[in-house]
Design a protein around this ligand. Structure first.
Ligand SMILES: Nc1ncnc2c1ncn2[C@@H]1O[C@H](COP(=O)(O)OP(=O)(O)OP(=O)(O)O)[C@@H](O)[C@H]1O
Length: 613
């Protein structure tokens, strides 16, 4: 069940920008307190939408929803910046649905009224599902379609031929259907244009599509932009889409209430030590709950997965190479608590852009400061993989206890998006980043990346950016003695994970996922009980199996039990007495079965399984 969100919301600390008219919603006589207590019904939404929101167990609107919904209902152009996981999707979906319902009550002519542009296909899917949920009580009055390049042109034409009320698409797909594909997408009746994850739309290489679309979109329609950061890219979009009008700017910074937000930790270690620490973290169950581990590229995904396999730790992989159906399925299953660990390579793989990181660096350093005339951005091409893939950005992973940056991202904004996958919807979470200091850097046999040379520089930028948000990144030091005991096992396991094994694993997984994605999809839809065949965390077994590594002898376990690493009951967790394997007796003769600590072999506890919610 979802928690009540933002119980301790404070009024916005938004400040007006020189050229931007500020939100004056609070200029009414409502006090901050009454505003905080506002319900969805108070925001002036259609009763059917309020009912749908209640069905989602959203008890109160979040800050961004309280601020943006009334403005959007009032027909205002809005440019909204709010932190990751703060509920931006509902903040624009609900008023758009309300507008459509209002229009339908007087004119039922079919027309595409809203175009929602998103940077990735995963996000298109996610927004589509949100619309389905929020229109649950008015489904016959609102029809939404999502366009993806997985659909043939003929299917896209047929979807658009009935003039759905809402079209969700990446800019490239939208433009393809406006300009080509028999001009299937008609924009002349458009009333709403939404740019979601606006800070990412340009960086995903859609600048030309966006520019072209802007000329096909009727003048004067209501335009809403949502973003987690305000970058020069957002500024460029503002110029393209608002032209001479000035949108109402909502720059929402909200302090985390107690027990909310991300605890950020960093640990300095050599490349080999990353493998040692990650093993220790999972072996000693230092992370309680679900975890996303970010790595630098696709090969690293498989190296880590095969390494985990050596210890019987199950994990699934997300990267741009996998078919989109599989990717969406992995996220859905993860959100249903079927898996504990996702290893993801993020969008940098796709954009292949060290160059982009350099560009971003400048922007990140200047975020929030007056911007210079922005440079026209080059259209970027995907290096490989799927250009419409993006896992660290915008995807709503539910109940993620911890994000581990096994490899540091190449930019501070990427870091923000990655850690934003935890502590969503007013929850707490932990982010731990491994940073290879210059003096520990050496081109190791297991390292396929060279970026570690820059880790410290990137960390400095990240720290600076987080400090601007009032966030601190604390150093975390593992107990060396405790960790060193596991070094032999790490070496044994790493030796088995050869380049050939990685290459084979990558091919095998791709083949398996393609099969699951295309051929078996229908079968499993009809036979849900056999869904196990569609699991994404199966063993790839391309590396030599070493049975002894799957069990940990007692002498390797810490004597004193784990120390409290963070105060919360999430992320890194304390353990008073170490919980020995099921079947192994404690000194007192009793089985170690403590509340909050999993029973049995901790390695086995990471076997994917369905948990009760
Ligand atoms: N009023 C609410 N009450 C409770 N939960 C909410 C509320 N609004 C949204 N949520 C939940 O919060 C989570 C994050 O919402 P959403 O994905 O819209 O965030 P976001 O701001 O778009 O994040 P990102 O910038 O990462 O895309 C979702 O799981 C959503 O269901």
């Amino acid at each position: 069940m979802k928690r009540k969100l933002n119980e301790n919301d404070v009024p916005t600390s938004a400040e007006p920008e020189a050229d931007t008219q500020m939100a004056n919603a609070e200029a009414t006589t409502t006090t901050a307190t009454t505003e905080e207590e506002a319900t969805f019904a108070d925001l002036g939404l259609d009763a059917r939408l309020v009912q749908a929101v209640a069905q989602q167990k959203f008890l109160k609107p979040t800050l961004v929803q309280r601020k943006a919904i009334p403005l959007a209902l009032d027909g205002k152009d809005v440019l909204c910046k709010a932190k990751t996981g703060s509920g931006k999707t509902a903040a624009y979906v609900l008023p758009v649905l309300a507008g459509i319902l209002k229009k339908k009550s007087v004119d039922s002519t079919a027309a595409t009224t809203a175009l929602i542009l998103v940077p990735t296909r995963e996000l298109a899917d996610q927004v589509f599902k949100s619309i389905e949920l929020f229109s649950a009580f008015c489904a016959k009055d609102v029809r939404a379609v999502k366009l993806t390049d997985k659909l043939t042109d003929a299917v896209q034409r047929s979807l658009l031929s009935t003039c759905p009320d809402i079209v969700i698409s990446t800019p490239a797909r939208a433009w393809h259907n406006v300009n080509g594909n028999s001009s299937a997408l008609a924009l002349d009746k458009l009333s709403y244009l939404i740019l979601d994850e606006a800070d990412l739309l340009l960086s995903y290489g859609y600048s030309e599509d966006l520019e072209s679309l802007s000329w096909s979109i009727p003048k004067g329609i209501q335009t809403i932009m949502m973003s987690a950061t305000l970058t020069t890219e957002v500024d460029s979009l503002k110029k393209i889409f608002y032209r001479d009008q000035q949108p109402t700017l909502l720059d929402l910074e909200e302090p985390d209430a107690e027990g909310e937000g991300v605890t950020q930790l960093v640990t300095k270690c050599g490349e080999d030590e990353k493998f040692l620490l990650i093993y220790v973290i999972f072996k000693l169950q230092l992370v309680k709950g679900k975890c996303i581990i970010f790595v630098a590229d696709i090969d690293r995904c498989y190296r880590l997965k095969l390494y985990f396999e050596q210890f019987g730790i199950r994990s699934c992989i997300l990267n741009s190479e996998l078919p989109v159906n599989s990717r969406i399925h992995v996220v859905e299953e993860f959100n249903r608590n079927v898996y504990d660990i996702i290893i993801a390579s993020d969008e940098k793989e796709v954009l292949g852009n060290e160059e982009k990181a350099e560009e971003e660096q400048e922007e990140e350093e200047n975020e929030g400061e007056p911007k210079e005339e922005s440079r026209p951005k080059k259209k970027r091409k995907a290096a490989k993989g799927d250009v419409e893939y993006g896992v660290s950005r915008g995807i709503d992973f539910k109940n993620v206890a911890a994000v581990i940056n096994f490899d540091l991202p190449t930019s501070a904004s990427s870091y923000t998006h990655r850690i934003g996958r935890t502590a969503r919807a007013g929850r707490a979470g932990m982010a731990l980043s491994f940073v290879v200091p210059q003096d520990l850097y050496r081109k190791h046999i297991h390292t396929s990346i060279a970026s570690s040379e820059k880790d410290e520089k990137i960390l400095a930028r990240i720290t600076k950016q987080q400090a601007k948000k009032g966030k601190e990144i604390k150093p975390y030091n593992f107990n060396k003695d405790q960790v060193d005991a596991f070094r032999y096992r790490m070496n044994d396991a790493l030796r088995a994970v050869t380049k050939v094994a990685i290459r084979e694993a990558r091919t095998r997984e791709l083949r398996q996922e393609l099969l699951k994605s295309e051929k078996l999809k229908r079968y499993f839809e009809e036979n849900p009980s056999e869904m196990n065949h569609l699991r994404h965390d199966g063993e790839l077994r391309t590396a030599r199996q070493q049975a002894h590594l799957k069990h940990v002898p007692d002498y390797l376990l810490p004597k004193e039990g784990r120390q409290a690493l963070t105060a919360g009951d999430i992320g890194f967790v304390p353990l008073k007495k170490f919980d020995r394997r099921a079947g192994t007796k404690r000194k007192g003769g009793k089985r170690g079965a403590k509340a909050g600590v999993r029973k049995g072999d901790p390695l086995k506890t990471f076997k994917a399984r369905r948990k009760t919610k």
